[in-house]
Each structure stands twice: as structure tokens, then as C-alpha cells.
Design a binder for this molecule. Structure first.
Ligand SMILES: Nc1nc2c(ncn2[C@@H]2O[C@H](COP(=O)(O)OP(=O)(O)O)[C@@H](O)[C@H]2O)c(=O)[nH]1
Ligand SMILES: [Mg+2]
Length: 404
């Protein structure tokens, strides 16, 4: 994992710098407003410092950055050994036991002592019935910390295989005697990296972007559309239109119309993929078109084929898909749902109803299972306020029992 800080006038500019250096998979770990101190504050504007990270196993650009860092490290080490050699050589001219020779003696003693200690630790590990559980580090506190983290994650319903995967990956990056602090920090950072950077709705350049919301009935698709339409129109001043193909329930069209009237945005009702093709031209002046779909059974193949046809009415480059899932659905059901949508290989995930659950494990589970980017979460019935971009840091803290 590579972690670096970037400072710029705005968060977006800092993120651009991070992406340039770490690649597009860079994930924000922390955002800090930096106010100039002392006399400087009279002349300088405040800036934004972001801490960004990238998993060195994920991208070529990250590998390049890592290689650069390693080359730098190697050079530092070479310089260091050159300095030591020249120090030793210069000291050789001093008659008798030089200070350096004494230091080397001390070092030798220290190494010998450490070897004895390691040996003792090994025999006590062998006598320990939990020997196999010891992942890394001969350090008991390291091991206790890991088992505590595992417990918290399991308590948050993170699937065991994903917990093990995260611990394994962290293990590879930590030294033998990692401190509890560094173990915790590494796991925390690894979870944030796994959650990834949220992919939010972007406005089309010169054509409207069609944003489809799909997912099971009752998860909160229509409510989420209303919340997002409001944010896009009122906060970001976009030209928004709504479309619904959920004509199977009379109330569903009325529900969207009500929201649309409050916001002052148009709604079109479509009964088929052809209908959608036909209204494309009428909608060409809008920045964003949010499309509500019928949340019918993911078990029914015909219904899924209808959805695919509807989505294919819009060219790939003009559309983006969001799969809406409830954080309250149990993992085994979520697996069935995402399998039913597996033929849409480019969707992003929205998790709703975070207010109705105290375990966030499924967010990480489904993200790791599908590799689909996360985006927004919703946390209440209030339109428009109960929606926000997913907060990886908050989720990671929660998964670790709020202990970081
Ligand atoms: N508690 C809670 N309820 C929500 C949330 N989002 C939606 N709902 C409720 O879930 C129900 C179904 O929402 P709706 O948008 O009609 O779902 P759809 O069938 O997927 O379109 C409604 O009563 C919503 O108020 C949320 O984040 N938290
Ligand atoms: Mg609906």
C-alpha cells in the first residue's frame, strides 16, 4: 500500500494530483482543511490536504509509483552503507579500539541476545495450542489485536472469507513484530482501500447522461431518485428530468410525480424500450435523466430481460447503472440478487436503510464480492436530506468496533 498526502486549493484539485501520481484507483483516506498560521494567514488562502492511498496490488500505475519509492529506498540504503564504510575506514586510522569498533561489538551482543529471545519465543509458540492461529508476529499483543479485530468484523457480519483475505493481505505488508498500532492502522487502511473511491453521478458533457436505478422492490429506488434529483437540481444546478418505467403499480408513477412536482422537474412514463428510444430526442437538452425501473423479482428471467432491453435503449457511453440494495438484507439474499444482475457488468452500488441496521458488513461483503464501485448511502425516509456519498472512513471505523 502506498500512502501520500496532497495539498491543493480544493479537494477536487488535490484528488487530481493524487490520481496523477498514484493512478485512478487512489482512494481518499482523510481530508483536512489547512489554515495558514501566524502572519501567513494574512496572505495565504486556506488549502485542503488529502491523504490518499492506493493498494500496490491493484494497478500498474501504483506498481510504478511503488517501484520509484523502492528505488529511492535502495539508493538511501546504498548511501547509508557508503557512509558507514567511509566512517569505519576513517576510524581505522585511529589507534586502539575505536568508537565504531565498540559499537559493532554492542551490536553483535544485541543480535545474539535477540536470537536467544527468538528461540525462546518459538518454543513457547510451539507449546501453545493456538499455534496455528498465530498469523504473524511472535508478539502476543499483535495476535490478540488481530483476533479482536476479527471478532468485531464478524460481529458486523463481514463474511469470514473476506475477513481472512484482508488479514492475509495486511500480513504481507507488516513486519514480524508489528506493533498493535500499526496492525490496527493497516487493517483500517486496507478496509478503506477495499471500499474504494465512491463513484457519483457525473453530468453528461453535451448530451444527457441517463442514470438507471435497478434493484429489488421496496429497497428505496424511487425515494433515492427523489433525494438525488433534489441534490442535483437545487445544490448543483443541473437540468434534471425523470423517467419511470415502473408502470406495474399505479401508486409507483404517482409517487414519482409527486416528488417531480415539488422539485419542478418533468416526468415521462415509458412502457417499453421503444418508448424510451422515442423520448430520447425530447430529453436531449437535459444534463441528467434519472430512470426509475420496476423493482420486480430478480428470480424472474423474463422481467430481467425486459430490464436489459430498456437499458440497452440507451448507448453504453450515455448511461450509467446503479444497483440499489438495502443494507438490511441478509448476505445470502444479497448474493442471489447480485448474481441476477451479473450480466450488467458495469453497475455501481447504492446501499439504503443504513438507519435500520447496526451492522455494515454487507457493504464490504458485496463490494468485495462484485468489485462494483460504491456510491451513495441513504439513512432515512426524509426526502431530500437522508442521502450522502458513502463514507469509507466511517464504515471502516464501525467495522473495527469504533476503536480506531
Ligand atoms: N428507514 C429508511 N427507509 C427508507 C430509506 N429509503 C427508502 N425508505 C423507505 O422504503 C420504502 C420503499 O421505498 P421506495 O423508494 O418506494 O422503494 P422502491 O420500491 O425501491 O422504489 C418507503 O417507505 C421509503 O420511505 C432509508 O434510507 N431508510
Ligand atoms: Mg419505486
Amino acid at each position: 500500500m502506498i500512502i501520500k498526502k496532497f495539498t491543493a486549493a480544493t479537494e477536487t484539485e488535490a484528488m487530481v494530483l493524487a490520481r496523477e501520481e498514484l493512478g485512478k484507483e487512489a482512494v481518499v483516506m482523510n481530508i483536512k482543511k489547512v489554515k495558514p498560521k501566524g502572519i501567513l494567514r494574512l496572505f495565504k488562502k486556506s488549502s485542503v490536504e488529502i491523504t490518499a492511498a492506493v493498494d500496490d496490488t491493484v494497478s500498474d500505475s501504483a506498481k510504478e509509483a511503488l517501484a520509484k519509492q523502492q528505488a529511492l529506498l535502495k539508493k538511501n540504503q546504498e548511501d547509508l552503507s557508503k557512509n558507514v564504510i567511509s566512517a569505519l575506514e576513517s576510524d581505522k586510522t585511529v589507534p586502539g579500539a575505536s568508537a565504531i569498533e565498540k559499537k559493532l561489538d554492542d551490536l553483535q551482543n544485541m543480535i545474539e541476545k535477540q536470537m536467544v529471545k527468538d528461540q525462546d519465543a518459538k518454543s513457547s509458540v510451539n507449546a501453545n495450542p493456538l499455534e496455528n492461529e498465530k498469523g504473524f508476529g511472535d508478539n502476543d499483543s499483535t495476535w490478540q489485536c488481530i483476533s479482536l479485530v476479527k471478532k468485531h468484523m464478524a460481529g458486523n457480519e463481514v463474511e469470514e472469507k473476506f475477513i481472512d483475505q484482508i488479514i492475509e493481505e495486511v500480513k504481507d505488508t507488516l513486519g514480524k513484530d508489528a506493533s498493535v498500532d500499526s496492525v490496527l492502522t493497516s487493517i483500517y487502511q486496507k478496509i478503506i482501500l477495499k471500499l474504494g473511491q465512491p463513484q457519483l453521478i457525473e453530468v453528461g458533457e453535451d448530451k444527457p447522461k441517463f442514470v438507471f436505478f435497478m434493484g429489488p422492490t421496496g429497497v428505496g429506488k424511487t425515494t433515492s431518485i427523489a433525494k438525488l434529483a433534489s441534490a442535483l437540481k437545487l445544490n448543483q444546478k443541473n437540468n434534471v428530468a425523470l423517467v419511470t418505467s415502473d408502470t406495474y403499480r399505479i401508486a409507483a408513477v404517482d409517487q414519482l410525480r409527486t416528488y417531480a412536482n415539488i422539485l419542478g422537474v418533468p416526468v415521462s412514463v415509458v412502457y417499453s424500450a421503444d418508448d424510451l428510444k422515442n423520448i430520447k430526442d425530447k430529453l436531449k437538452t437535459y444534463d441528467i435523466v434519472l430512470v426509475d425501473t420496476a423493482g420486480r423479482s430478480h428470480k424472474n428471467k423474463d422481467q430481467r430481460d425486459d430490464l436489459k432491453e430498456l437499458i440497452d435503449a440507451i448507448e453504453k457511453e450515455d448511461r450509467v447503472l446503479y444497483l440499489v440494495l438495502s443494507a438490511t438484507t441478509k448476505y445470502s439474499d444479497l448474493v442471489h440478487i447480485v448474481n441476477a444482475y451479473a450480466h450488467f457488468d458495469d453497475y455501481r452500488l447504492i446501499f439504503t436503510k443504513l438507519d435500520e441496521t447496526s451492522t455494515y458488513g454487507n457493504i464490504l461483503n458485496i463490494r468485495m464480492l462484485t468489485d462494483a464501485p460504491l456510491s451513495y448511502t441513504t439513512y432515512g425516509q426524509d426526502v431530500p436530506k437522508d442521502i450522502g456519498r458513502i463514507d469509507g472512513q466511517k464504515i471502516a471505523k464501525q467495522l473495527l468496533g469504533g476503536s480506531v
